[in-house]
Ligand binder design. Structure first.
Ligand code: NAP
Ligand code: 8YV
Length: 314
């Protein structure tokens, strides 16, 4: 009988998929332990893999001297120190593509809710205002509006295709122009922000993109503009955003991501009229979370059989 390899689960993911890992390895669940440090000290040395979501600091890698692979539940890997993994000869895999449609659906939900004030209108009825004050205020249209997509990658393209069905005028900004799309490339983010009604951020987090959507960009979107962030909280200057929402220099925002989740900047919690908040749920449907989990399973299975991986990051 061959013994199964050991894998440390640092942060859990979609349970039905995560449990499938037990078919091919023995999992050790750090997040369930009372004393996490002691648990890592006890089990880390025998583990050839770490499974995680969002975080994997170098200190955790050091606690696993036999580490060969990191399974990151998510396409974004800004929380995993990739140079630290690479320098230790550790492979990192993520979960691209299977979530494109769901994340794009959620971006559109936020565009629609943000422009048509769906959540505010729901509150209006529940607070008895329809009867008391009459009809809800007029809002901005979605169809035929001008949208700018910040990051026309795998998910950005799916968002653009959905925007096309809404007859929107579509531009995008990123470092490289794409030759395979019919959408307008804007080399300059400020110029794009000045020309659009809606900005949708869907690019990686990390140092390279930190604060890219700064006060100037936010103000260029203007009092009738909408900012949708389904990328990472760090991409936006959130203090400036809260100020601009409060003083009306930005029309509205809809945010799925925050810099220090599950904390949400307190300045946001009091803004109700023109801000929609969702708890990082763009990929959180049963089917997509199952497919993300099975992507990690398939990677580990392949790695154990021949040392290769299916969705490499490094
Ligand atoms: P992707 O295919 O790699 O696309 C990323 C795009 O961003 C690329 O087209 C890239 O183009 C652009 N980009 C990268 N760095 C940039 C920079 N400094 N300035 C401007 N553009 C830049 O990634 P994806 O699969 O679409 O995922 C994108 C991100 O979405 C993930 O990394 C993650 O952070 C986020 N996400 C969030 C959720 C959620 O639940 N809210 C779910 C999934 C993903 P260039 O290289 O040409 O710049
Ligand atoms: C999360 C995401 O991974 O894929 C990403 O980059 O942000 C999401 O799909 C997922 O929410 C798990 O937290």
């Amino acid at each position: 009988m061959t013994t199964k390899p050991d894998v440390l689960i640092y942060a859990p993911w979609y349970e039905p998929a995560m449990r499938r890992l037990d078919e091919i390895c023995t999992t050790h669940h750090v997040y369930l332990a009372q004393d996490k440090e002691a648990f890592i000290k006890e089990h880390g040395p025998k583990c050839m893999g770490i499974g995680t979501m969002h975080h994997c600091p170098p200190s955790l890698m050091d606690a696993c001297p036999n580490l060969q692979i990191i399974l990151n539940f998510g396409v974004g890997y800004d929380g995993v120190d990739i140079p630290a993994a690479t320098s230790r000869g550790v492979k990192v895999v993520n979960t691209p593509d299977v979530l494109n449609d769901c994340v794009a659906d959620m971006a559109m939900a936020l565009v629609l809710a943000g422009r048509r004030k769906v959540t505010q209108a729901d509150r209006y009825i529940r607070e008895g205002n329809w009867r008391k004050l009459g009809n809800f205020e007029y809002v901005h249209h979605v169809n035929h509006s001008k949208v700018g997509i910040l990051g026309l990658g795998r998910i950005g393209l799916e968002i653009a295709n959905r925007c096309a069905a809404f007859k929107m005028d579509i531009s995008y900004h990123q470092r490289n122009e794409r030759k395979d799309v019919p959408f307008k490339f804007c080399q300059n983010l400020e110029e794009m922000a000045a020309a659009i009604d809606i900005l949708i951020a869907i690019l990686p987090g990390g140092e390279n993109t930190k604060g890219l959507i700064n006060e100037k960009i936010i103000k260029l979107l203007g009092p009738e503009g909408l900012l949708v962030n389904v990328a990472r909280g760090t991409v936006v200057d959130n203090e400036a955003l809260a100020r601009c929402l409060k003083d009306g220099s930005l029309g509205a925002a809809a945010l799925d991501v925050f810099p220090n989740e599950p904390e949400v900047p307190s300045a946001f919690l009091n803004i109700q009229d023109n801000l929609i908040l969702t708890p990082h749920m763009a990929s959180a449907t049963h089917l997509t979370r199952m497919q993300m989990g099975m992507t990690l399973y398939d990677n580990l299975k392949t790695f154990l059989s021949d040392g290769s991986v299916l969705t490499p990051v490094n």
